[in-house]
Write a protein that binds this ligand. Sequence first.
Ligand SMILES: [Zn+2]
Length: 250
Amino acid sequence: MKNCEKCKKEYPEEYIFCPTCGVPFTDKENPVYWREIAKNARVNGDIQAAIDACQNCKRIDGTNPHTYFVLGSLYYYSGEIQKSIDSYRKSIEFNPNLADTYYYLGISLYRSGSIQASIENLKKCLELNPKFIIAYYWLGITSYHKGERKNAIKAFNKLLKLNPESVIAHYHIGVSLSAVGKYKESIPHFQKVKESGSENEAVLFHLGTAYFRTGNFPLSIENFKKSIELNPEDNRSKKMLDFMLDVPKI
Ligand SMILES: [Zn+2]
């Protein structure tokens, strides 16, 4: 029998938690005990204590993919990106079939600047679970950063197909379409962002540019003006507007 530290009641040896107050019985050789400690530390925002507890889980049960998965996220939050990457990779070693691990590994790799490896892991995530919608968003972002704009457009399109109301996807596909010179196609996407109420100078600048490139000068001017109104320091829009309205005096 053993006693609960909190309520002092007595319970059989095989109990892991006190059935009365839910406190784990101190059992430093039981990974379940450390997992509970890690969970509580995480809830309380003490990332380092959660990492320490996970290290104990690892010491007792070094092949549990979940421990490495949790460590991967804890290291990510504490800014130790390389350790985060190593932990996710270790988790995959013990369970290569979980889409989530590839997704988070992809994000950590992106944060570390390893864009190609990030893309590969995000693709793997989607291969395992095509409904992991948010992975399309990051696949779009990483592809764009690698200069693969057509792949970025493909990923954002896929995201919009599954989640048509994603404002952020409309914004990024608009940017990607502009980057490949498809200004006309970018307009409805930027309009969608504008109509969603998340009107900001970046959207207005892109809209102004897209209308300018497609020859719709009144709408171009309107959007540039609105952008400067929102942010008087928007030099990009100012430059464009000056250029458009600067009629040389003869
Ligand atoms: Zn108790």
